[in-house]
Design a protein around this ligand. Structure first.
Ligand code: ZN
Length: 157
């Protein structure tokens, strides 16, 4: 068994879509980034890479590469899954947090879990997503950023 840890943060700005776990969430601000800035999927990708000591998301999908401009992060997740399969590992489970003051994410969590489970070919009960606020403290609590953490456990096929 191998375990990996992922972390990501993106800034909330005007004139960008808010996409979390592949779900477009109606809100006046969105996340800034080279890709679609899906902070949750990025943290999950890093947890998968970390579990097998395969460097990080920036190494595999550099933000200087035009090919990844506004890319759907679920596509990067699918490519990461191929790397994992090549190493002959499979995911046992993923647990994650999204730290976000606003908007409320409760109604979108199930769709995010479905999107991620579908891309990874997993059951819904292998993907956990928890939404937290930062109690109005720091950048996430002040609504200027969203953070995500993830852990991923893997087993040899
Ligand atoms: Zn990111």
């Amino acid at each position: 068994m191998r375990i990996g840890l992922g972390y990501d943060i993106h800034q909330l700005v005007e004139n960008r879509d808010l996409i979390l776990g592949g779900v477009k969430i109606p809100y006046e601000l969105g996340l800034l980034g080279h890709s679609d800035a899906d902070v949750l999927v990025h943290a999950i990708i890093d947890s998968m890479l970390g579990a097998l000591a395969l460097r990080d998301i920036g190494y595999h999908f550099p933000d200087t590469d035009e090919k990844y401009k506004n890319v759907d992060s679920l596509k990067l997740l699918a490519q990461t899954n191929k790397l994992i399969q090549k190493e002959e590992y499979k995911i046992a489970n993923i647990d994650s947090n999204i730290i976000c003051q606003k908007p409320k994410l409760m109604n979108y969590i199930e769709q995010m879990r479905e999107n991620i489970a579908n891309v990874l070919g997993l059951e819904l009960n292998q993907i956990s997503i928890k939404a937290k606020t930062n109690e109005k403290m720091d950048s996430t609590g002040n609504g200027i950023a969203i953070v995500a953490n993830a852990v991923c456990l893997m087993e040899k096929i």
